[in-house]
Design a protein around this ligand. Structure first.
Ligand code: HEC
Length: 172
């Protein structure tokens, strides 16, 4: 019994570094007790691997119509129409693939203008997950979209706001 628990423990150990710590803190003869804790520790690891579906794959199954609804959250601050004006945030027509902080006549924060590069699918996805964590000090006061599938829907919609929609990234 103790041996099988140990073996189970070893398997869990290889799954989770957090679990590794638990084992080291507990004296060996007590390993029998932390088993429920081990199972609990393993659960978030599974949830994470679910969240780790690559963006390119999520985009293949993404629904622009759902994305249109998600984009209502953006409309308070962003005009999405072609040639539309800037509001609290810059106009977002043709944003996918465009140079960052490049909209004429919008006064960006130093943080955002300092980023450089382009709004690729990947960069937009990371930014929209948590604008604050992505670019600390930027002035987009939006908490972020936690669900990867929801962000993919939104990106699938945003890409349609262009005369030449960016090709979807290749799914490996
Ligand atoms: C509360 C207002 C607000 C909301 C809501 C908001 N934004 Fe913003 N957004 C801003 C502001 C302000 C900036 C400029 C940030 C800066 O200069 O630091 C910005 C910048 C951006 C940029 C960078 C644009 C560029 O030209 O580089 C993108 C992309 C963006 N927002 C997308 C979104 C999307 C998509 C949503 C909806 C999920 C959203 N924003 C919701 C205010 C908002």
């Amino acid at each position: 019994m103790a041996a099988s628990v140990l073996v189970a423990g070893l398997i869990f150990m290889s799954i989770s570094v957090g679990v590794d710590e638990v084992l080291h803190k507990e004296p060996l003869e007590k390993v029998v007790y932390p088993v429920p804790a081990l199972e609990m520790a393993a659960a978030p690891a599974e949830a994470e691997s679910e969240a780790a579906v690559p963006l390119a794959v999520l985009l293949v199954g993404a629904d622009p119509q759902s994305g249109r609804k998600v984009a209502k959250k953006c409309a308070a601050c962003h005009d999405l129409s072609q040639g539309g004006k800037h509001k609290i945030g810059p106009n977002l027509w043709d944003i996918v693939g465009s140079a960052r902080a490049s909209r004429e006549g919008f006064s960006y924060s130093g943080t955002l203008s300092g980023l450089g590069g382009a709004w690729t699918y990947g960069e937009l996805d990371a930014f929209l997950a948590s604008p604050k964590a992505y670019a600390p000090g930027n002035k987009m006061t939006f908490p972020g979209l936690k669900k990867p599938a929801q962000r993919a829907d939104l990106l699938a919609f945003l890409r349609t706001l262009s005369e030449n929609p960016q090709p979807l990234p290749a799914a490996e």
